[in-house]
Design a protein around this ligand. Structure first.
Ligand SMILES: [Zn+2]
Length: 313
């Protein structure tokens, strides 16, 4: 057997040394000066920065990279555990979105975890709890109020600020929710096809029926048979059906369905990505939902171009 040379031994010793200092939640670290709130992913980040506002000495970080899209199959990265090891509070969407909470709880005993959806009645679709609570502005308001209560408990010195900021942002979300319902109440199209299972809470708010979902499971490409099933369900539906997809998903399947049905495809923003600069991020959800309202007005037959035939390429 070839003996390792001196340089290999030195490299091995250096690797062992490095491994000994790899950060993790079990490692004792100096207490950071600031009170640090980590938000699981972008919608929680937007809610958290609104609740925190300009509260002095409080930092908010976003964990899941914004390019991830919907984080249903997200795997924790080593850097995430390092981030959480230095945090005071971790805000999660809950509702079964995260498969990794037990691991974090086991490794980060100090961390206060906040389930923003606690107490919200959840929808079960095909036997599984649906996690897309944040896509409903009315429920995003409830999550915001829950985050304000949790931060006030975790950092009592700033409780009044969290409550004031949380109430102000939740009121904006509630006004948005009311505007969506009012504006779309008379829309003639009441059935939709969704790209993935992100729509049940918003559809319920708006009184829309989800006729079919293109993706058979999150992140799983539909088979030709799945696509044919969706097309057949739209063709045999009573009344018109809007085809919805999402701006942050690569969706050749949606394009195929749109072409087969000769129907426009409408792109909604489920706000899983956006700018991280707090000055821009604080209104990112409100902006995205206003854009969604404009898209839905057309998709559901209220504005002039609705229902137009797409010319096939
Ligand atoms: Zn999803």
């Amino acid at each position: 057997m070839k003996q390792p040379g001196n340089s290999s031994l030195l490299a091995f010793a250096a690797l062992l040394g490095a491994l000994a200092f790899l950060p993790g939640c079990g490692v004792t670290r100096p207490t950071p000066a600031a009170f640090t709130v980590v938000a699981e992913f972008y919608p929680m980040y937007v809610e958290a920065i609104n609740v925190v506002g300009d509260t002095p000495g409080v930092r908010v970080e976003n964990m899941v990279p914004t390019a991830t899209g919907c984080p249903e199959d997200y795997q924790l990265r080593p850097g995430d555990l390092q981030t959480l090891s230095e945090a005071d509070v971790f805000i999660v969407n809950g509702a079964g979105l995260e498969g990794y909470l037990d691991k974090i709880a086991a490794q980060c005993a100090h961390l206060k975890m906040v389930d923003a959806s606690a107490g919200i009645p959840l929808l079960t679709i095909d036997g599984e709890i649906n996690p897309h609570v944040w896509v409903s502005p009315a429920l995003a308001a409830r999550q915001t109020r829950a985050i304000a209560v949790a931060l006030a408990a975790a950092d009592p010195a700033h409780a009044a600020l969290y409550q004031k900021n949380g109430d102000a942002y939740a009121a904006k979300l509630e006004a948005l929710a009311a505007r969506l319902c009012t504006d779309l109440a008379s829309a003639p199209v009441r059935q939709v096809v969704a790209f993935h299972d992100s729509m049940p809470y918003l559809s319920r708010d708006l009184g829309l029926q989800i006729l079919a979902v293109m993706e058979p499971a999150p992140g799983q490409n539909p088979s030709p048979r799945d696509l044919a099933d969706v097309v057949a369900r739209v063709r045999s539906a009573h009344g018109p059906v809007a085809l919805l997809t999402e701006i942050d998903s690569a969706n050749p399947a949606a394009e195929i369905i749109s072409r087969d049905l000769q129907q426009s495809l409408y792109h909604l923003d489920t706000v899983t990505s956006g700018p991280l600069d707090p000055a821009l991020a604080k209104d990112a959800y409100l902006r995205a939902m206003d854009q969604n309202l404009a898209v839905l007005r057309e998709a559901l037959g209220l504005d002039k171009n609705a229902g137009k035939i797409v010319s096939t390429p």
